[in-house]
Ligand binder design. Structure first.
Ligand SMILES: Nc1ncnc2c1ncn2[C@@H]1O[C@H](COP(=O)(O)OP(=O)(O)OP(=O)(O)O)[C@@H](O)[C@H]1O
Length: 259
């Protein structure tokens, strides 16, 4: 299936890592304007799924399409804003916040064309949105985890993509940054953008998520309305731990189907 009416289409997607099956026949379609969370316990394959949807991890079986095109032939990368789990910045060379955010424009820039006013304006707008305009010249290395997450979100915003893909955007992030993310994503969804994110706890994101894809052991075990969170952790039998979290969850979450 190569419909242009879908953002992501995966048919029978399989991924093996170290010869071990990590995704076992995933069928998934994400349409424009949807706000979808991928949920599931540690190691269930959430990050691998979104990386495979983006073509960052090769499939060992099945097929996947971005806007109707296999990742290897996809050229419209400006349409996708990817926010990885963490910022990886080179140790030696100090990089400013503005430089990182401006790099979100690269997929929009034509070859050999210098940065223009539209690029600078989009970068400034993105910095304003995440509340870091006043720190634009600071090195990203000086920022806390929550602030670095804001930089990554701003980088995605700067590219003005149609679709945002985020890997655990709230993990280890302070409450204010989580709320800012929720407000920003709500506004993007209202503008018709597509949001696909990995989460363990929806927290402030809960009101904007309309669909949950729950993975268990590399398979989709639920695809529909988000389960209600009761407490602060995830699914039945959930044993998630956040090695990188700044705050520990208060108590186990007990998810139950939406009524
Ligand atoms: N590069 C890799 N090589 C080998 N195995 C890997 C690799 N990356 C992930 N895995 C394994 O694949 C499985 C799924 O990992 P993945 O990171 O997709 O799960 P996840 O649901 O996102 O987990 P978490 O909630 O801990 O982030 C895990 O068992 C993990 O150990």
């Amino acid at each position: 299936m190569t419909s242009t009416q879908t953002v992501f289409t995966m048919n029978g997607g399989q991924v093996h890592l170290d010869r071990r099956p990590v995704l076992r026949g995933i069928d998934l379609t994400i349409r424009p304007g949807e706000a979808v969370a991928v949920l599931g316990a540690n190691g269930s394959g959430k990050s691998t799924l979104i990386r495979a949807l983006l073509g960052l991890v090769p499939l060992s079986g099945g097929g996947t399409f971005l806007y109707g095109t296999p990742p290897a032939r996809f050229r419209e990368w400006w349409r996708i804003g990817y926010v990885p789990q963490r910022l990886s910045v080179g140790g030696g060379v100090p990089t400013t916040i503005r430089e990182v955010v401006a790099s979100g424009r690269i997929a929009r820039q034509r070859r050999l064309r210098p940065t223009g006013a539209a690029d600078r304006e989009a970068t400034s707008r993105a910095l304003e949105t995440v509340g870091l305009a006043h720190r634009a010249s600071d090195p990203v290395q000086a920022l806390s985890g929550g602030q670095q997450q804001r930089v990554l979100i701003a980088r995605a915003l700067a590219g003005e993509p149609d679709t945002f893909v985020m890997d655990e955007p709230t993990a280890g992030v302070d409450a204010a940054s989580q709320q800012l993310l929720a407000d920003t994503l709500t506004s993007l969804v209202e503008q018709g953008k597509t949001v696909l994110l990995v989460a363990h706890e929806l927290g402030p994101l809960e009101p904007l998520i309309t669909r949950a894809v729950v993975l268990r052991d590399g398979c989709v075990c639920h695809d529909g309305p988000p389960p209600h969170a009761v407490g602060t952790h995830a699914l039945p039998g959930h044993d998630h731990v956040h090695p990188h979290a700044e705050e520990k969850p208060a108590s186990p979450l007990d998810w139950r189907p939406a009524s």
